[in-house]
Unconditional design. Structure first.
Length: 297
């Protein structure tokens, strides 16, 4: 019996419908809509494509959306001044600076310049600190980890008391989702193990997992004999392993050997179509949350 596929694409559609209703409520109650600005420096093709998806999604929800394109040679001081302007703009509830930035700009300084109250990516150290505290202290969950948690909860996977193993310790995915799964409340109360390149016998850790979250950036790292039968497997990896000349699109692979793993797991996310569609969705959710916070402090 093969694993149930957890479709991020289908779940995205459901959540966006819920968010659209929230935007309608905000408009009718306050006479305004959530405001999101995306700042793109230069014209990196991957960044342009990703920002376009964000803009399209924001527009579909009825946001006040600003695409602020800046030249490659913008100075760091000019970019910081631009961010400060949006920090003080009451019509803007979320500020997103698309990475990577040109080498002459300190990305950390730029991300830290965004007001924590408008940091809808959830990367500011203040918001990461709030995440660690948990509960009512949390303003914004980082988007990809938030998407992972939604996939787990909405797929009907029980987290309370579950053994969760997270493979990868990045600040963007691994560390935040490990904290989130161990917190009290919805999608939490799990016993979490965080493993990485310095861990001994990765396979032994993975085989204990009721929920296995893999964000290592290594194509096909997790083999079927690393997977506990019937477990839920969330594959965060998006690795380009080739190019399809017929479709003119890259060939993508996750961190899990999908075809083999689905013969063992109970539930599994595909790549593409799993975690990916949820990240932008959670960005929209954070922007709406920011609007609520600013409109009814």
């Amino acid at each position: 019996m093969t694993a149930e596929i957890i479709s991020g694409t289908a779940m995205r559609a459901t959540i966006l419908a819920e968010l659209h209703d929230e935007v309608t409520t905000i408009r009718s109650r306050y006479g305004c809509v959530p405001g999101l600005v995306t700042i793109l420096v230069g014209n990196n093709p991957a960044s342009v494509s990703y920002v376009s998806l964000k803009i399209k999604t924001a527009d579909s929800l009825g946001f006040h959306e600003i695409q602020d394109n800046q030249p490659e040679d913008i100075t760091e001081a000019e970019l910081l001044a631009l961010i400060n302007r949006y920090n003080n703009d009451p019509s803007i509830h979320g500020i997103l600076v698309q990475l990577p930035l040109p080498r002459h700009i300190d990305a950390t300084k730029v991300l830290y310049a965004i007001s924590p109250e408008k940091d809808v990516d959830g990367f500011h150290p203040v918001n990461l600190g709030r995440l660690l505290i948990g509960g009512k202290a949390v303003n914004f969950l980082p988007c990809t980890p938030a998407g992972i948690q939604e996939l787990i909860v909405r797929s009907g996977t029980e987290t309370s008391g579950a053994e969760v193993v997270v493979v990868g310790r990045s600040n963007i995915v691994g560390k935040p989702i490990a904290v989130m799964m161990g917190q009290k409340g919805r999608g939490g109360n799990a016993t979490v193990t965080l493993v990485h390149t310095g861990s001994r016998d990765l396979g032994a850790h993975c085989r204990r997992a009721d929920i296995l979250i893999v964000a290592a950036g290594v194509p096909g790292l997790v083999k079927p004999d690393w997977i506990k039968p019937g477990s839920t497997v969330i594959d965060v990896g998006v690795n380009r392993v080739g190019f399809n000349e017929d479709t003119s699109k890259p060939i993508l692979s996750g961190d899990v050997d999908f075809e083999a793993a689905r013969q063992v797991a109970g539930k599994i996310t595909p790549v593409p179509g799993g975690v990916g569609p949820m990240t932008i969705t959670m960005l929209m959710k954070n922007t709406i949350r920011s609007a609520w916070m600013h409109l009814r402090p």
